[in-house]
Design a protein around this ligand. Structure first.
Ligand SMILES: [Zn+2]
Ligand SMILES: [Zn+2]
Length: 322
């Protein structure tokens, strides 16, 4: 059995056709015939060597496809796989449904070959059934981008919460939709005034090119890659408000201590989400017709597609199709 993929051998080198022999299926593993794979900014970081020597690299961790081998009750199931492909299954984190924090967690396309391919094998616990109502192409970006914004929303927000989303891109456009679906009052923050109509279409009640009014928000999700004005955004939180950092900002966050202390505010980060979070996020998406807005490209055009993501040109997520 040979899997056909696209791999890059060095940082910033082109992806080229690449064949590999998959690891043997262990009990509980599934083999998936991939129909779609979204492109996340993490794929760009990996391909550009920002996160070390990860080569040869087959990127791709927003995978949708159909199970063709594994436990008999999984055969034929349409599933999605995100950043995480496995975990130890026995540590404190795994036993409490927090698999993302497992010290033995395995990444789908770091140390293993990812979704720019015709097939993949992963631990079946991390291949999550896709609800029927969700089309495969627009569901793919939910597997990483969607759950990344859903996890802090589920932790810190609920109906009526005032939620701000900084950055209207791959993550931000999903955050607006999911926050709206949860019944939050949603404010979008973008430096691009031309994104207002899209932001409102995604569910934003309010749109600002600047910073929030003081004490106006319960939760801020920062999906932008730039270092934010923490004085303004922390000050924009109500007492006990939470600032959740999701984008990989290039520099340190400058947190004014008095804004933390005065309102008992929290600055925190969040990484992807556990299988349970992915399942509940997909359920919410199915109920409220949350869909990534995508540009489709054939798998063999992965170089051009990766480059559009690198240059922030994708509106709002590139999805490769086999
Ligand atoms: Zn990702
Ligand atoms: Zn574990």
């Amino acid at each position: 059995m040979t899997f056909n993929a696209y791999a890059t051998k060095h940082a910033r080198a082109a992806l080229e056709p690449f064949q590999y022999e998959p690891e043997p299926l262990r009990p509980g593993d599934v083999e998936i015939v991939i129909s779609h794979c979204g492109i996340c900014h993490s794929d760009v970081h990996l391909a550009d060597g920002d996160w070390g020597d990860v080569f040869p690299l087959v990127p791709g961790h927003e995978i949708v496809g159909t199970v063709v081998a594994g436990p008999t009750d999984r055969i034929g199931q349409r599933v999605g796989v995100g950043w995480q492909r496995s975990s130890c299954g026995s540590c404190d984190y795994c036993r409490t449904g927090d698999e993302v924090l497992c010290p033995g967690n395995q990444a789908t396309c770091m140390g293993h070959f990812g979704g720019f391919a015709d097939r993949i094998r992963v631990d079946g616990r991390f291949a999550i059934a896709i609800p029927e109502a969700l089309p495969s192409d627009t569901a793919a970006p939910l597997l990483c981008g969607g759950v990344t914004v859903y996890t802090p929303l589920a932790a810190y927000a609920g109906p009526g919460s005032r939620v701000g989303v900084i950055g209207i891109g791959g993550l931000g456009h999903l955050a607006l939709q999911l926050a709206r679906a949860m019944g939050c009052e949603v404010t979008a923050f973008s430096r691009s005034a031309d994104k207002e109509a899209d932001a409102r279409a995604f569910g934003a009640h309010h749109f600002h090119t600047g910073t929030p009014a003081r004490g106006s928000l319960d939760l801020i999700l920062n999906t932008a890659h730039a270092v934010p004005d923490m004085e303004a955004f922390l000050g924009g939180l109500r007492p006990r408000g939470v600032f959740s950092q999701l984008g990989a900002a290039p520099g340190p966050l400058q947190v004014p201590s008095m804004l933390l202390i005065g309102g008992s505010r929290t600055v925190t980060g969040s990484a992807i989400g556990s299988p349970a979070a992915i399942r509940s996020m997909l359920g919410l998406a199915a109920t409220h017709a949350v869909q990534a807005r995508i540009e489709a490209a054939p798998m063999h055009a992965c170089n051009e597609a990766l480059d559009r993501t690198r240059k922030n040109l994708a509106r709002y997520r590139l999805v490769l199709a086999n």
